[in-house]
Design a protein around this ligand. Structure first.
Ligand code: SF4
Ligand code: SF4
Length: 206
């Protein structure tokens, strides 16, 4: 869940139409039309990625008159399916996967079960990945993959990053080589699996 208080505003005089803002927006809320950037105010999640990267300093973050509350209706989805998807992605449903917005795995799973098909869809619906945009892309990609979805990066965009291997995917020869040299892969796997399989702590026991 995210309360969006800010909105990107473009100074049309300063904008040179370079498309940097379009390429970095995690929800595809800004696009260049006739060499000028235009913000879709309903889509903007106030992350400031465009403002921070505009080479012309043409974007400022303005306070919204009416903040937008971005959240997915987890209760509106069969929780058994949410749980199944999270655990398949090797995540506990209640674990926070986006620390900037405190979004839990269950919220991302609910968004996917309600039709999200890309990290951009997930970010638009949940608010996740509209803070630092670093930590949460991997669990989002894992949840999409667990649902059988292989998203393609936005054409010409810089938003999306390929999935990195999890500890479960490290080849045996690599594990063998590094185990005991400060890495304990099998112990890590056992610990993670206990965490992933732990009972739900919140209100939704399935
Ligand atoms: S990054 Fe700045 S200059 Fe480039 S298109 Fe966006 S607003 Fe215009
Ligand atoms: S969501 Fe972020 S990058 Fe996209 S338009 Fe809004 S502030 Fe800019």
């Amino acid at each position: 869940m995210k309360v969006v208080n800010l909105l990107a505003v473009v100074d049309q005089e300063k904008c040179r139409g370079c498309k940097t803002c379009e390429r970095v927006c995690p929800v595809l809320a800004i696009s260049v039309v006739d060499r000028k950037a235009v913000v879709d105010a309903d889509r903007c999640r106030g992350c400031a990625a465009c403002e921070q990267r505009c080479p012309e300093y043409a974007i400022t973050m303005a306070k919204r008159e009416q903040p937008i509350v971005v959240q997915v209706d987890v209760a509106g989805v069969d929780y058994a399916k949410i749980e199944e998807l999270c655990r398949k992605a090797k995540l506990h449903p209640e674990q926070i996967i986006c620390y900037c917005t405190a979004t839990r795995a269950e919220e991302v799973a609910a968004a996917i079960l309600q039709g999200a098909r890309s990290p951009e869809d997930v970010s638009f619906q949940t608010g996740a990945r509209t803070g630092c945009k670093v930590e949460c892309i991997q669990p989002i990609l894992r949840l999409l993959e667990a649902a059988g979805i292989e998203p393609s990066p936005p054409k010409g965009g810089w938003q999306w990053y390929g999935r990195t291997p999890t500890v479960w995917e490290i080849p045996e020869e690599v594990k063998k080589k590094y185990t005991g040299r400060g890495f304990y892969f099998d112990e890590d796997i056992k610990l993670f699996e206990r965490v992933i399989a732990a009972p739900l702590q919140g209100r939704r026991e399935s």
